[in-house]
Design a binder for this molecule. Structure first.
Ligand SMILES: Cc1cc2nc3c(=O)[nH]c(=O)nc-3n(C[C@H](O)[C@H](O)[C@H](O)COP(=O)(O)OP(=O)(O)OC[C@H]3O[C@@H](n4cnc5c(N)ncnc54)[C@H](O)[C@@H]3O)c2cc1C
Length: 499
């Protein structure tokens, strides 16, 4: 697939190779320190001074944006009763609203700002969006990805990667909602109450919405979903910036999935020591020679690695790579809870998205999976609340929860959580060895793993081949560090099976 460049309107219109200094808007040059000292490493120019500027001093220019839509709002007369009330208009909430309303189910979506363009930069594998017919909602694609295992080894992954156009995806889903008759209510859901066959959502503006099913799509900070096990999740923490730079060393036809190199910490002994134990990598989406999204990422840690530490490592890395930031167009703090137990299944409130446990326990990805699972959940809801409207209350909750988490999927998730527990135990060298072996697997396996598509049997096979491909130090790591998580996983699978 060829590379396209159509950035969302949030991004100032920069053209590849455009001489930015000539006509770009002014930026706070006084905050940037220059150095003439440069050397060449493996063909790329890098800077060797510690006075190369700190991009953290630059103020992000991004302002929140809104879609220009005439939304059908929820009128007082509608408030009597809906089939489904969805709390949250993030990717999960709007996708489910669009899908379930296709069946003529009466839906209301509540969000304090239903028209705002989502703030996060979402990346997906292009085939995942193609399979869902959503490929026109990507604003940039790269024909390949690459992984820098260390200074001497780079792996090239023959799989297209894309950045989601937050605007296009939301527009497309909202358009569907509007044409299927979804109503919106601009408020924050405050409390959910249940009767035998009906639930009500009390909003912070005093409005009470009533429906047969309440679905929580309010993201990771949800207050409406209950757990019956200790929540021992790990956390992905990352600092991401979309920046205008003078130049960067990355190829424009490859996104950088992971850069595990640590040579930038040569002059930072304390950062180097902590990075060796709790490593972070760089994730990069180069849009042009002077526009790039960069994210320093701790794949998973428990407790979460300090955000300040992540940022300090990123400053050192960019300085070493010779990336001089001229403007910060957007920044994002990424904190994603990963793994841990699923919500109690079933319960009166249904969940989708960040609240539902669908985030990939080993990678933190979720958008493509949520887009794919929403039609399945929508179908189950329609079977209960569609034209016959016979199934409500406990039967409805059980059917809908089981559509998202059938027993096989729960077991598979246990396996992915085992993957996360393993990653938690790996230091920098362990992580390098692990991903070196992982990306040597047949594409069917590593791609299937990253896209949550493998069956339990395939995951067992993947683990065995991973062990077979692993270097001796990796084998040692796996055999010494994995037995406890493995035993926990087996125990949890046995419990799921019994239930
Ligand atoms: C910075 C960042 C980057 C990420 N990048 C990726 C990525 O590249 N690829 C990927 O697959 N995943 C990524 N993720 C993970 C995940 O896909 C996102 O968190 C995604 O936004 C989750 O979607 P959601 O709809 O579940 O929740 P959210 O996007 O958090 O949306 C929740 C919505 O609910 C609303 N809301 C909250 N509380 C209430 C309430 N009480 N009443 C009414 N409305 C409420 C909020 O205003 C918001 O609109 C990223 C996460 C973060 C934080």
């Amino acid at each position: 697939m060829g590379t396209r460049l159509m950035l969302s309107s949030q991004t100032p219109p920069l053209k590849p190779h455009q001489p930015l200094h000539s006509n770009s808007p002014s930026f706070p040059l006084t905050k940037i320190h220059y150095t003439p000292s440069r050397k060449l490493i493996r063909g790329k120019r890098v800077h060797s001074t510690s006075r190369y500027g700190n991009f953290l001093d630059l103020k992000p220019e991004h302002q929140p944006e809104a879609l220009d839509f005439d939304l059908p709002w929820c009128h007082p007369s509608d408030r009597a009763r809906f089939d489904v009330i969805i709390i949250g208009a993030g990717p999960a909430g709007v996708r489910l609203a669009e899908q379930v309303s296709l069946y003529g189910v009466k839906v209301c979506c509540v969000d304090p700002d239903p028209l705002s363009v989502w703030p996060n930069n979402y990346g997906v594998w292009v085939d995942e969006f193609e399979n869902l017919g959503l490929e026109d909602c990507l604003d940039k694609t790269w024909p390949m990805a690459c992984v820098y295992v260390d200074d001497n080894k780079t792996k090239y992954l023959d799989r297209c990667y894309g950045r989601v156009s937050r605007r296009k995806l939301k527009e497309r889903l909202i358009e569907g909602c509007v044409s299927n008759g979804v109503r919106f209510h601009k408020a924050k859901a405050w409390e959910v109450k249940h009767q035998e066959f009906e639930s009500s959502v009390l909003c912070d503006d005093g409005v009470e919405l009533k429906g047969s099913l309440v679905i929580d799509a309010s993201g990771f900070g949800s207050r409406f979903i209950e757990y019956d096990k200790v929540r021992n999740q790990g956390y992905q923490i990352a600092h991401g910036v979309l920046v205008e730079v003078e130049e960067h060393p990355f190829d424009l036809d490859k996104m950088v999935l992971m850069d595990w190199r640590d040579s930038h910490l040569g002059n930072e002994p304390s950062l180097r020591v902590s990075n060796s134990r709790f490593p972070t990598f760089l994730y990069a989406m180069p849009f042009s020679s002077n526009l790039i999204f960069l994210e320093e990422t701790s794949l998973v840690s428990r407790p979460a690695l300090s955000y300040m530490e992540v940022k300090r490592r990123m400053v050192a890395r960019l300085r070493h790579l010779g990336i001089r930031v001229k403007r910060v167009l957007e920044d994002e703090k990424c904190l994603i809870p990963m793994g841990g137990p699923l919500p109690r299944i079933p319960q009166n409130v249904m969940a989708i998205g960040g609240t539902s446990g669908v985030v990939h326990p080993s990678t933190g990805y979720m958008v493509a999976r949520t887009m794919a699972v929403a039609p399945v959940v929508a179908f189950a809801i329609a079977e209960c609340l569609g034209s016959t409207r016979m199934i409500r209350g406990k039967q409805l909750y059980a059917k809908v929860w089981n559509s998202m988490w059938p027993i096989e999927k729960r077991m598979v998730r246990e396996f992915y959580s085992f993957g996360m527990e393993t990653l938690l135990k790996l230091d920098l060298n362990g992580s390098r060895n692990f991903f070196n072996a992982f990306f040597d697997l047949k594409p069917y396996y590593w791609q299937g793993f990253l896209s949550s598509k493998l069956t339990l049997k395939e995951l067992v096979w993947l683990s065995l081949s991973l062990f077979g491909h692993a270097s001796n130090p990796s084998k040692f790591d796996i055999t010494t560090k994995c037995p406890v998580p493995l035993a926990k996983m087996m125990g949890n699978i046995a419990l799921e099976y019994k239930a």
